[in-house]
Design a protein around this ligand. Structure first.
Ligand SMILES: Cc1ncc(COP(=O)(O)O)c(C=O)c1O
Length: 355
């Protein structure tokens, strides 16, 4: 890939379908999926359920719809969902849990994005008539805004036990569960075992253009088909997108370890640069940078911006060199590695921060 190609590290969602995916999309056998007649969708759903070790699965247009459908089924209006404070479900899904399902997020604060079993136990409401009910525990693995952090399997199991003891179901926002499983060196089946429902995305590091999967027990997925339709997500000849999802599962899972190595190389490069800190060692394909005022004088001979938005000014500087990244707040910048970067992308990203 050419030197002039933009190095787009904003997210793994920017990945474009591979030639194999495009080919599969052209060839896909299709039917009306609202009638359950799209053979390619049916195949993808069976494959996904089997990979996760769940009874059934359903193709969703987005991860958000997958998560929100699960919440809608698990919880009655007026109840609470326990989430980590920076979770995608409670911060980046347009308050959908309130708007669509009448639910309240019960955020748990952590330093590293990983709730403990003790914290979850403490957040579950006791059964007293004047308190709202805890309807669900929702975990996120990997944790996006905590820098792609992976929840150790032991911790997951402890939390699932606490939820089970309390009779509260557990949902996994596993948008990047294949990254988590790779990092833990376990199967995805093991990573999701014990959850009542799991959502994962085909459209992120796995490279498909559209689509996420929601999986769970047979009855749960039958209900999810109704809720997906109600949310406007009933699709017709969706085999066109499912075909790319099948390639994602067959071909792209194996290679995500390369993205993790690239993230480590990127983090090593940035941590050598004065005025940039890498506060969390990357475990998967996401890195967070912390931009200090000294970066401006030391590296690019500029004054830090008067409005204090160090991350915004850093992102602007890199953009001029053809490197795209995402400011999370005034100090933190997120970068995500993926297969669609130019060969010299990592080098160019680091160089852009010293010129
Ligand atoms: C952790 C996590 N969950 C859910 C989603 C939602 O996926 P979508 O953008 O397909 O709605 C994302 C998307 O970035 C995510 O990072």
């Amino acid at each position: 890939m050419g030197k002039n190609q933009v190095v787009d590290l904003r997210s793994d969602t920017v990945t474009k379908p591979t030639p194999d995916m495009r080919n599969a999309m052209v060839q896909a056998e299709v039917g009306d999926d609202v009638y359950g007649e799209d053979p390619t969708v049916n195949r993808l759903e069976e494959m996904a359920a089997e990979k996760l070790g769940m009874q059934a699965a359903i193709l969703m247009p987005t991860g958000t719809m997958g998560n929100q459908t699960a919440l809608h089924i698990h919880c009655r209006p007026g109840s609470e969902v326990i989430v980590e404070e920076r979770s995608h479900i409670s911060n980046y899904e347009m308050a959908a849990m309130a708007a669509l399902s009448g639910l309240l997020a019960h955020p748990v604060c952590t330093d590293d994005g990983l709730m403990t079993a003790g914290q979850v136990r403490g957040a579950i409401r006791p059964d007293i008539y004047y308190l709202s009910r805890t309807a669900l525990v929702a975990l996120e693995n990997t944790h996006n805004m905590a820098g792609g952090k992976v929840m150790p399997l032991e911790r997951t199991r402890e939390i699932l036990n606490v939820a089970k003891e309390a009779g509260v179901p557990a949902h996994l926002d596993g948008a990047r569960i294949f990254n988590a499983a790779q990092s833990l060196d376990i199967t995805v089946k093991d990573a999701v075992s014990g959850f009542d429902s799991v959502m994962f995305c085909l459209s992120k590091g796995l490279g498909a253009p559209v689509g996420s999967i929601l999986a769970g027990a047979k009855e749960f997925i039958s209900e999810a088909r109704r809720v997906r339709k109600m949310f406007g997500g009933g699709m017709r000849q969706a085999g066109i997108i499912a075909a790319a999802g099948i390639v994602a599962l067959e071909v792209m899972v194996e290679r995500i370890k390369n993205d993790h190595e690239a993230a480590q190389t990127l983090a090593d490069g940035f941590s050598q640069i004065g005025g940039i800190e890498v506060p969390v060692k990357p475990e998967t394909n996401i890195i967070m940078l912390s931009i200090k005022p000294s970066w401006f004088g030391e590296q690019v001979k500029k004054n830090p911006p008067e409005n204090g938005d160090l991350a915004g000014a850093f992102v602007d500087h890199l953009r001029k060199a053809g490197v795209l990244s995402l400011a999370i707040d005034h100090e933190q910048v997120r970068m995500v590695t993926h297969y669609d970067l130019p060969d010299d992308g990592i080098e160019r990203a680091v160089e852009a921060a010293i010129k």
